[in-house]
Design a protein around this ligand. Sequence first.
Ligand SMILES: *Cc1c(COP(=O)(O)O)cnc(C)c1O
Length: 495
Amino acid sequence: MRLIFEKGAPGRRGVKLPEPVSDAAPNWPAELRRATPAPLPEVSEVEVVRHYTELSRRNFSVDTHFYPLGSCTMKYNPKACEAVASLPGFLDVHPLWPQLRHGGLLTQGALQLLWETERLLSEITGMAEFTLQPLAGAHGELTGAMIIAAYHRDRGTRKTHIIIPDSAHGTNPASARLAGYEVITVPSGPDGLVDFDRFRTAVNSETAAVMLTCPNTLGLFERRIREIADVVHAVDGLLYYDGANLNALLGRFKPADMGFDVCHVNLHKTFATPHGGGGPGAGPVGVVEKLRPYLPISRVCKRADGVFYLDYDAPKSIGYIAPFYGNFGVIVRAYAYLLMLGREGLLEASGMAVLNANYVQERLRSRFEAVTKGRCMHECVFSAKSFAAKGVHALDFAKALIDRGLHPPTVYFPLIVPEALMIEPTETETRETLDRFVDALLELADLADRDPEALHAAPRTTPVGRLDEVAAARHPDLRWRPPAISSHLGDSPVS
Ligand SMILES: *Cc1c(COP(=O)(O)O)cnc(C)c1O
């Protein structure tokens, strides 16, 4: 596929602009003026439109393809939620509008939506109060870790570390470090769960918190969660719930009931708002009663007469963590999704997510080694290590799926599983889609036995095939240059 720079011809135009007046900028310093025109593509309007339309058609997205990325929960986003988020009252509201003006209540609807969403999340997780401000899951973790630090500072206790299992998402240790803590990693046992004895010996009076994902990143429920909570609470540590996998448990399990003190949820995973390309997301944080004073400002509050307002009067607050009030559009979609599904719908969503993952797990078990002999939760993890002897790796399966019109699952995560393939089908996919995906992987397993080279050549159907990953990392070629300049710089052409 050619780049837009390689299309068109000199003098071709999509729009005609007036000729510049020669002395339009008489005071510009000479060294800042171009001697020659910028090497921009010269293309007609149809060339531009067709170029970008073609690019957009090459996208993989939830609207066009099955998207089984484990740990990321690429959930379908109901179009009804998009419609709600597009209502002018939500779309056009500006965060700098005054809350109250001339007796009018300009932003009451928006504030009410925020207030109610916080209460819905409290109901679902059992937490006393939520803030919707954090802009992603990782940002929620950081907010939570800062709240934990503020709590311990306030009590005057010396706390130096946060304990995190080796199966955790990489953002957990990063957030703990950013909040000023050392990270102590505890290993997982052969069953994929936290090694309880190793965990217990790691806990001491300097333990600020334990961060857990439940179900964990292997898709397994942490069965000794109650005992873990007791051990950490005995030293006045706090238990942090990484709620990225809450969609496995919606309506069935409240983190607060199991002893968690702080949690984040990813609206862009569990509550169906769009995600990808790095944003926007939302990682609301909920806390139990004793941590309420440390929540970031501002807080959405409700007066006795029913009027909503933003409160900044919180002397123990960790302060500002985001501009305004979080990613409002994402929150609107999550609110619509929650009301649309209701209690019964959420139960059905988590039930179907777990059923679909187990269906995929059982069908693939014959050819790929599952990390558990038992049931999984919302995602299943396999190791492709039995193929590695033939030179076929998880990456080869991922690339070959692309040629079959299927988005690859997550590969090489969690880090504790060699040659990991991590599949999360979500609750919305049909059995036919799951079968098509499983059939493709089973066919590739046969192909790996017969003709490993065929997998190494994939993908063949994409504009860029298999990259030399070492070269791509060591000598990244990120920018097109006009042929004359690139030969001048001695660069090799873009391949
Ligand atoms: C996605 C994820 C995160 C981080 O969330 P972001 O919204 O991507 O910042 C943290 N933990 C787990 C287990 C996750 O899956």
